[in-house]
Design a binder for this molecule. Structure first.
Ligand SMILES: *Cc1c(COP(=O)(O)O)cnc(C)c1O
Length: 400
């Protein structure tokens, strides 16, 4: 039996069966490259769904982590810590907000945003108690907690996991008129992804966020942007909302905020929203711990010092041009923004999974999303030669 098969069996024997990973067992990684337990090298074109946007083990982020490991790691929010003070200032300045609340996973960030938006609804908008509604989009992905799956439209994310949290309404993604029509006096927020990542790399029409911003303003509804996957450079700007020159009321970050090292998420807002929380209403033992904050601070510095948003714009265009040039009859559409790219295969081909498996055999790691879309989201540090290397292999796999 191969070493790979041994590790897979060992994992599956005692592990819950809630994932369907590609059959590769990773062991080490550096930059855009992963090595498996057999010593084979792969180009990482997934980057942990954007969590490894800086590349694997970025030297500056690893050094910052080491430095903090030798100073202080965890004291809980029973006390203040110096790194949280610095991060709060740097993160709010970066996105033009006044207040931040640090959590760990993305889903926790979304859950936090839902709680604080509801409190705003009752205390500021004066919605009758427990009647607040948040509008979400069909095809959304915001995480896996019980409340967050309550407003998923994927049946198998939730059908065995009720009773579900009430208070959510659905509108089609990318349709601003449908949002306006769905707003009631009890609507307190509109929670939306600037691009739907898990939903299949769905890019809304140009001007959507701008229209949504105007509608939310007109009806006194909070615009809650989930930039967990698309924020921090991925789409070619530091934040995806900057493509349309708007500002959300609540911004949720995660994934790349942890520099590919550690789970760090955050909710950001202007002062009157997060400022509503009082001691004891919310918290997390690990949220805002000094190790997380030191890592996140360096991750933000690296994004800026290495112009990673700009790189994502340039390399994303190069990648999408290259994918379109393959001109495969299997491909219906290549779409995306920056380095978040979806290759939509034609229906009836048996989905994207077999193609991801073939790409793995060729040394390119990526993952299917929404049945028949291959998602390419490499580290933002990827260079032209690496993209060329990937394109050669993609061309081979998509040739008929
Ligand atoms: C990944 C993701 C989440 C959930 O983040 P976790 O860290 O996995 O909990 C939420 N929203 C979006 C848009 C995501 O891509």
């Amino acid at each position: 039996m191969t070493l790979t098969q041994q590790f897979i069996d060992q994992t599956d024997r005692q592990g819950a069966n809630n994932y369907h990973p590609l059959p590769i067992v990773t062991e080490t990684a550096e930059g855009c490259w992963i090595t498996d337990v057999e010593g084979r090298r792969y180009l990482d074109m997934l980057s942990a769904y954007s969590a490894v946007s800086h590349g694997h083990r970025h030297p500056r982020i690893i050094a910052a982590a080491h430095k903090q490991l030798d100073r202080l790691t965890l004291t809980s929010r029973a006390f203040y810590n110096d790194e949280l003070a610095y991060l709060s200032e740097e993160l709010t300045a970066l996105c033009g907000m006044d207040k931040s609340l640090l959590m760990n996973s993305g889903a926790e960030g979304v859950d936090t945003a839902v709680k604080v938006a509801r409190k705003w609804g009752y205390r500021v908008k004066n919605v009758p108690r427990y009647e607040a509604e948040i509008i979400v989009c069909q095809g959304n992905f915001h995480g896996r907690t019980t409340t967050v799956i309550s407003f998923s439209t994927e049946e198998h994310y939730k059908h065995d996991f009720g009773p579900l949290t009430p208070g959510f309404r659905f509108v089609p993604y990318g349709d601003a008129a449908a949002l306006e029509a769905a707003i009631t006096p009890n609507t307190i927020g509109f929670l939306v992804e600037p691009i739907q990542g898990e939903g299949g790399v769905i890019v809304p029409p140009d001007g959507y966020l701008k229209q949504v911003r105007e509608i939310c303003d007109r009806h006194n509804v909070l615009l809650m942007l989930d930039e967990i996957q698309v924020g921090l450079g991925r789409t070619g700007k530091m934040f995806a909302y900057q493509h349309e020159n708007i500002q959300p009321d609540l911004l949720i970050l995660g994934k790349a905020l942890g520099g590919g090292v550690y789970p760090v998420s955050a909710v950001l807002s202007k002062a009157p929203i997060l400022g509503l929380l009082t001691p004891g209403e919310h918290g997390s033992t690990f949220g805002g711990n000094p190790l997380a904050c030191a890592i996140a601070r360096e991750a933000l510095c690296v994004l800026q010092d290495e112009n990673l948003p700009q790189r994502a714009a340039e390399m994303g265009e190069y990648l999408m041009d290259g994918l379109r040039a393959i001109d495969s009859p299997l491909v219906q559409e290549v779409r995306g923004k920056g380095l978040l790219v979806g290759v939509q295969l034609r229906p009836g081909l048996g989905g994207a999974r077999p193609y991801c498996e073939k790409l793995m055999d060729e040394g390119v790691l990526c993952k299917e999303t929404h049945e028949d879309v291959i998602r390419f989201a490499p580290p933002l540090t990827i260079n032209r030669e690496e993209i060329d290397w990937a394109l050669e292999r993609v061309a081979k796999v998509l040739k008929v």
